[in-house]
Design a protein around this ligand. Sequence first.
Ligand code: CU
Length: 187
Amino acid sequence: MMAILIAGIVMLVGVIAIFLITGWLISGAKPVESAESVTARLYKVRGRYFLLLMAVLVIMLSVTLSNLPYRSQVAVEPEYIVPVSGRIWYWEIGPIQDRDGNPLQAGSGPMVLPLGKPLEFQVTAEDVNHGFGVYDEAGQLIVQTQAMPGYVNKLVHTFTEPGEYHVLCMEYCGIAHHSMVTTITVE
Ligand SMILES: [Cu+2]
């Protein structure tokens, strides 16, 4: 009830403001100018806005481009390979292996990834597209890539904090998409 009242008051104030501004604009209107001079003036304004916009874009790009993660993906040599496969509706992760293909972990215990080592997740899917997203304990997304049938997407990441991480599916893949959750331990 209160929200409706507030919305009504906001709308009323808005309508009155539009009337007042319109009235003020009409009262201050000058005699009609020729179309040519208006066009020329507006083109000049548009040209200046374009240059301003370009300058803002160039500055923003030069400040932020170096923060893109792509370079770090190329520069780091992974120490371990972590195969990941998305299926309807679960994840198969591991076995983690070194670069020569020797498994790091024996058996099929809980997934434990080494802390502070560059890992290459090799992400694929068996059936439909899934999204491989790794979240920390606070629920913040750490890394993600697409899991696609017929492709292996490589994602290099070094965990810098020990703890429990959650893998969630980030691409709607059917009725039990929400249950595609698993946990990996980093230590
Ligand atoms: Cu999904």
